[in-house]
Design a protein around this ligand. Structure first.
Ligand SMILES: NC(=O)c1ccc[n+]([C@@H]2O[C@H](COP(=O)([O-])OP(=O)(O)OC[C@H]3O[C@@H](n4cnc5c(N)ncnc54)[C@H](OP(=O)(O)O)[C@@H]3O)[C@@H](O)[C@H]2O)c1
Length: 252
């Protein structure tokens, strides 16, 4: 149990990668809260993660609501050792776009969700985090390779990658380590957000899987294992780093 009695906040812990991280954290003995907007998936995840994790409904793009997450977590669990800033995503409401066709509104939406919210989630957590805490920021391999339609998203995630370095330096006096987990293509409910019929979506997954050197999509559990490493003392000498977990896409 590498995270026994550690208290964590995981944003987006009600779905996909965040839920995969929360499950692995529970297996390793962690407690804490998961954060999302959708009450149904929050309740389902809370049941699955019971009794270790409670859920808190918050829109992480509303900066004024962020502090409450950490206040509530401290009230319930007495401390905070680990913060996983995972909520975000590339899809939904016309957010895919190139430099040719992205509107200012969608640009702002992508940056608010995938960059600004990360900055303020960490800032609002700081008064509640223990010295020696571990912060994990979820970015993407889109920071290392160009993918069609992900122009602004990729820039936001590249900013997140930069935050791991600068935050680690900013927080050296408190021994708070900040690192990035960069997933490749992971099988999550994100695929549903493509709005494709189920059959076409399954075919798309199969096609994506074939393009990955290890010939399979990543699973949320794969991400959970990396997050456990970054959260635990096993990674105590690692700061401002970015771990790519993508089945070999970027490097092979
Ligand atoms: N899946 C991939 O292939 C992949 C690859 C690279 C990077 N990533 C990154 O991994 C992270 C998780 O993605 P996923 O694939 O697990 O997607 P997902 O299953 O769609 O989960 C996204 C999570 O973020 C939460 N979220 C989104 N907007 C939010 C908001 N405004 N306020 C609060 N919570 C919000 C969602 O909660 P609600 O549903 O309750 O809003 C959900 O829990 C994202 O940062 C994504 O960019 C994913």
């Amino acid at each position: 149990m590498r995270l026994k009695n550690k208290v964590a906040v995981i944003t987006g812990g009600n779905s996909g990668i965040g839920l995969g991280i929360a499950k692995e954290f529970k297996t390793e003995g962690a407690l804490g809260t998961i954060v999302g907007r959708n009450l149904e998936t929050l309740n389902n995840a809370e049941t699955l993660l019971s009794p270790n994790f409670k859920s808190i409904q918050t829109d992480i793009t509303k900066t004024e609501d962020l502090e409450n997450i950490f206040k509530e977590t401290q009230k319930e669990f007495g401390k905070l050792d680990i913060l996983v800033v995972n909520a975000g995503g590339a899809l939904g409401n016309g957010t895919l776009g190139s430099v040719v066709d992205t509107t200012e509104e969608n640009y702002d939406r992508m940056i608010d969700l995938n960059l600004k919210s990360v900055f303020f989630t960490v800032q609002k957590a700081l008064p509640y985090l223990n010295d020696g805490a571990s912060i994990i920021l979820v970015a993407s391999i889109a920071t290392k390779k160009a993918f069609e339609g992900l122009t602004v998203y990729s820039a936001a995630k590249a900013g997140v990658r930069s935050f791991a370095r600068t935050f680690s330096r900013d927080l050296l006096d408190r021994a708070i380590r900040v690192n990035v987990l960069s997933p490749g293509t992971i099988e999550t409910p994100l695929f549903k957000k493509l709005g494709l019929p189920d059959e076409v979506s399954e075919q798309a997954k199969e096609q994506f899987g074939k393009l990955i050197p290890v010939k399979r999509l990543g699973q949320p559990k794969d991400m959970g294992r990396v997050a456990v490493f970054l959260a635990s003392d096993d990674s105590s000498f690692i700061l401002g780093e970015d771990i790519t977990a993508d089945g070999g896409v970027v490097n092979l």
